[in-house]
Design a protein around this ligand. Sequence first.
Ligand SMILES: C[S@@+](CC[C@H](N)C(=O)[O-])C[C@H]1O[C@@H](n2cnc3c(N)ncnc32)[C@H](O)[C@@H]1O
Length: 213
Amino acid sequence: MPDALHAAPERAARRRRAATPDDRHIFFRHWLRNPLGIGAALPSGTKVARGMARELSLSRPGAVLELGGGTGSVTRGLIAAGCPIERLVVIEREPDLAAYLARRFTGLRVICGDACDTGALLAGAGIDTLATVVSSLPIKWFPRPAQRAILDACFSRLGSGGAFVQLTNALASPIPAEEFGLAGEEVLRIWAHFLPVQIWRYRREPAAANGRC
Ligand SMILES: C[S@@+](CC[C@H](N)C(=O)[O-])C[C@H]1O[C@@H](n2cnc3c(N)ncnc32)[C@H](O)[C@@H]1O
């Protein structure tokens, strides 16, 4: 087969992949420096990115917030699923990764900062309504007050029925949902390299949403 015919399907397959070899290299370097802070040795794959994107509610008003953008695997999945790039806002703590995301996705709003300050960061960006939050933060390692600060900042902008979607590799909920007045369910489990990866979806229990919790 002529080279050009070989190249076209291969280029298309590469475009569909969530992470490029460059992404994997940059991600792995960061992980070596700070394994617990990054939370995974490699960026998410295409199936995970698609699974996260399936939880988007684009008919709801407001921005789509991604927490922990990394090298953009999930970001790419959200855009591929139809999320307009101008609706997306990504918070990423590592300055090099935040700069990489901004270079890689023209028009994407990237906030370089700590997700524990989500309330202040969103207020600073003038964002008061969120359609969906998609997080791949290593949240199960965060102290309770930090988890609570992130969830409170998000749910106060999600409104009733809005979802906080969390990627994890814990075999149980990575946050104490009940304690935070949330209803959580595992919506997808994928096996990657013999290890389970789960997607959890949380919504605020009506009593908590009404301030009666
Ligand atoms: C497991 S990686 C996921 C990256 C990407 N979303 C993916 O699925 O490939 C977690 C990301 O969260 C970022 N992160 C960890 N703690 C954070 C924090 N407190 N605030 C903002 N970002 C944080 C890390 O730098 C890393 O990029």
